[in-house]
Design a protein around this ligand. Structure first.
Ligand SMILES: Nc1ncnc2c1ncn2[C@@H]1O[C@H](COP(=O)(O)OP(=O)(O)O)[C@@H](O)[C@H]1O
Ligand SMILES: Nc1ncnc2c1ncn2[C@H]1C[C@H](O)[C@@H](COP(=O)(O)O)O1
Length: 216
């Protein structure tokens, strides 16, 4: 156990919209806890760039790809007995991305049905314990758009701002209804990954949130 009362086998998931700072916080938390990271591999994704050029053509392929990747990561975390910080949850793939494209008509109802039945079958396996805590990072749309620009992934920069705006709104609604595990909300204006005191404060909050879970 660490000074924050976070169990060594904990699974901490970091959630939030594109560009909000998940990967950065995931790395910072894992290094302080001596946990492993479970990261999204953007560069090796064979569909992502094609998807940004043609949502309708590639959204189903991309969702299946993400589902397969997350399932493999989930299995790995389960088999290694936890001690992970995970960059993005599977709940967001289904609750934000797949649903958004189905609702907007860029994924067909048949494809969406196939996707959700596969997702449900996967979740009903032992590999899917809920995380000990989901850290939800939030921030204003202008700050997030600035971060997307500064990070410099061309495919995201070229995407219409309305896509990010819509996603930002969906995230705010989604988190209000999310109850699969305890949630710790962090605003991007309230922490600094390079400040040890700020990180210690987040870890204390994580420890308390995980402790609350044990009481449920
Ligand atoms: N706390 C922070 N303060 C300032 N910039 C940040 C912070 N966290 C992330 N960034 C920057 O914002 C951009 C997106 O961060 P990233 O962690 O890749 O987001 P995500 O994984 O949520 O898409 C990157 O350029 C990163 O350096
Ligand atoms: N499930 C997903 N569907 C569509 N696009 C997705 C999904 N998961 C991640 N993405 C995209 C969004 C970004 O362009 C990259 C990486 O996400 P990030 O929030 O920057 O870690 O993949």
């Amino acid at each position: 156990m660490n000074p924050y009362n976070i169990p060594d086998n904990a699974i901490i998931t970091v959630a939030g919209t594109v560009g909000v700072g998940k990967s950065t916080l995931t790395g910072a938390l894992a290094s302080r806890l001596n946990f492993q990271t479970s990261l999204e591999q953007v560069d090796q994704n064979p569909y992502l760039e094609k998807f940004y050029h043609d949502f309708e053509r590639w959204s189903f392929h991309l969702q299946i790809y993400f589902l397969a990747e997350r399932f493999k990561e989930q299995k790995k975390m389960f088999e290694l007995g936890g001690g992970f910080v995970q960059d993005r949850s599977i709940y967001e793939d289904t609750g934000i991305f797949a649903k958004m494209h189905a609702d907007q008509g860029t994924m067909s109802p048949t494809d969406y049905h196939t996707y959700t039945s596969l997702y449900e079958a996967m979740v009903m396996t032992p590999y899917f314990p809920h995380p000990h805590v989901l850290i939800y990072i939030e921030g204003s749309l202008p700050s997030i758009l600035t971060r997307i620009q500064e990070r410099g992934r061309e495919m995201e920069i070229q995407t219409d701002v309305s896509y990010w705006e819509h996603m930002h709104g969906r995230y705010a609604e989604w988190i209000n209804g999310f109850n699969a595990c305890p949630v710790l909300r962090l605003n991007i204006d309230d922490y600094d990954v390079n400040d040890p005191a700020s990180m210690a404060d987040i870890l204390m909050q994580v420890g308390r949130t995980v402790g609350d879970r044990a009481l449920v």
